[in-house]
Design a protein around this ligand. Structure first.
Ligand code: C2O
Ligand code: CU
Ligand code: CU
Length: 454
């Protein structure tokens, strides 16, 4: 196994000692007709007030909760003075409703995608994807969770009471400047290494507190940062159970005391709070920051419900058909902020490759380190959940054994992934989910055609 070297120059950000705010829980948005308004807002943190963007509020957005089989009619109103988009990250969806850079919602206009939920239970998310502007729009606050339930997930004995014992955690670092605000102003090194922060927000709050009872809690963790790779642990280094990744349940759950999560990825974990008292969640970044109490827990004397931790869950991995097509993707960091996949920067006018609907493919994805420019990348594909077939020639580690839409590549890493393109046709994206890299060109487009003859 390859050793991951975390920066030796760590900066520890200790808590302020101010009375903590309680953890904000994004409201649920449910039903067949879902309306969201993209707005300008203000976010007040202990340091100052920043100008932000949000869905139906000042910062972040509601948690959309749907069930497999639902038909959802969305109305998304862009009240901003600029264009944006709303992309459903992880959702299997017709290209015209994908919300990528080709589905622009102009300033002052509305977008009305109609989406049939056709995939198993998972924790997905949504965020803008405007060409060259994704990083800024997400940084300013446009992101939210998207939960899918299905009959199987409802039949399991797992915590499912949203905001009570089923807790969304959207982790984002932000660079608070001397005036106490954050704004999106990356320099060239920020684009190279990603726009890294000096403070960590959880659901848009700084070092909030979660008050609990003794019992088993489910956390749905999203790395919603622009470019920071996080390593998450409980402050006392105790173990927890990871039972789901990007696209749903892991076939075998994993007991661990730490979890590495790159931008765009999700994991679901279970943790038992057995004693009254306080604790916390520590988040370290690959950039060398240590947030020792990103979230604190205060466990009261009451007792809620304890749940068993599942060992194995149902998930049918994508095993490509024998006649699958193979493709290679090399992610390269060049000089002067040039980020490429297969030597090319994103061009909206170019389709990088075409494939036929209802076919399987195996993709080899490599992070080619170029001397000083050895940085991690996070590879994401629209429309599908894929299976990791191998990592550096070995079978995937258990954490990568489930459905994935985003994978972290340390310099030199080589993945083989199996993808199955079903049902829909049209143009989709693949890209680095480090948003600075994406906006700097590390993205491409593929088109799924009804019938394709090379
Ligand atoms: Cu989460 Cu193409 O994005
Ligand atoms: Cu996506
Ligand atoms: Cu990248």
């Amino acid at each position: 196994m390859k050793k991951i070297i975390w920066s030796v120059f760590s900066t520890v950000f200790f808590s302020f000692g101010l009375p903590a705010d309680s953890l904000p829980i994004p409201p649920l948005l449910e039903g067949g007709n879902l309306e969201m308004e993209i707005r300008e807002g203000m976010l007040t943190l202990p340091f100052g007030t920043s100008r932000t963007l949000g869905f139906n509020g000042d910062y972040l957005g509601p948690t959309i909760r749907v069930s497999e089989g639902d038909d959802i009619a969305f109305t998304i109103i862009n009240t901003l003075r600029e264009d944006t988009t709303v992309h459903w990250h992880g959702l299997h969806v017709p290209a015209e409703y994908d919300g990528g850079p080709r589905q622009v919602i102009k300033a002052g206009e509305a977008w009305k995608p109609r989406i049939t939920i056709d995939q198993p239970a998972a924790t997905l998310w949504y965020h803008p994807h405007l060409m060259g502007k994704t990083a800024e729009h997400v940084y300013r606050g446009l992101a939210g969770m998207f939960i899918i339930d299905d009959d199987y997930s409802r039949s399991l004995s797992l915590p499912r009471d949203y905001g009570v014992n089923d807790i969304p955690l959207i982790l984002q670092d932000r660079d608070i400047d001397r005036s106490g605000r954050f704004a999106y102003r990356p320099s060239m090194p920020d684009i190279m290494h990603g726009y890294l922060g000096n403070r960590l927000l959880v659901n848009g709050a700084h070092e909030p507190e979660l008050r609990l009872e003794k019992g088993t809690y489910r956390f749905r963790i999203l790395n919603g940062s622009n470019s920071s790779v996080f390593r998450i642990s409980f402050s006392d280094q105790s173990e927890f159970t990871v039972f789901a990744s990007d696209g749903g349940f892991l076939p075998r759950s994993v007991r661990t005391s730490q979890l590495v999560i790159s931008p765009g990825e999700r994991y679901e974990i279970l943790y038992d709070f057995t004693e009254e008292g306080t604790g916390g969640l520590t988040v370290e970044t690959w950039g060398g920051a240590v947030f020792d109490r990103a979230l604190s827990f205060s466990v009261g004397s009451g007792t809620g419900s304890f749940y068993g931790h599942p060992e194995s869950l149902v998930y049918a991995p994508v095993s490509p058909e024998a006649d699958h097509i193979r493709r290679n993707f090399t992610m390269e960091t060049g000089m002067m902020g040039r980020f490429t996949i297969n030597g090319k920067s994103m061009d909206m006018g170019r389709i990088d490759f075409r494939l036929e609907k209802d076919t399987d493919e195996v993709w080899t994805v490599v992070n080619v380190p170029a001397g000083m420019m050895a940085v991690p990348h996070s590879f994401h594909v629209h429309d599908v959940q894929f299976s990791v077939l191998s990592l550096n020639g070995e079978p995937p580690p258990p954490l990568l054994g489930g459905p994935k839409d985003t994978i972290l590549l340390w310099p030199g890493d080589r993945y083989e992934i199996g993808l199955s393109f079903r049902d829909y046709t049209g143009i989709y994206m693949y890209h680095c989910h480090m948003l600075e890299h994406e906006d700097a060109g590390m993205m491409g487009q593929f088109e799924i055609e009804e019938k394709y003859t090379p």
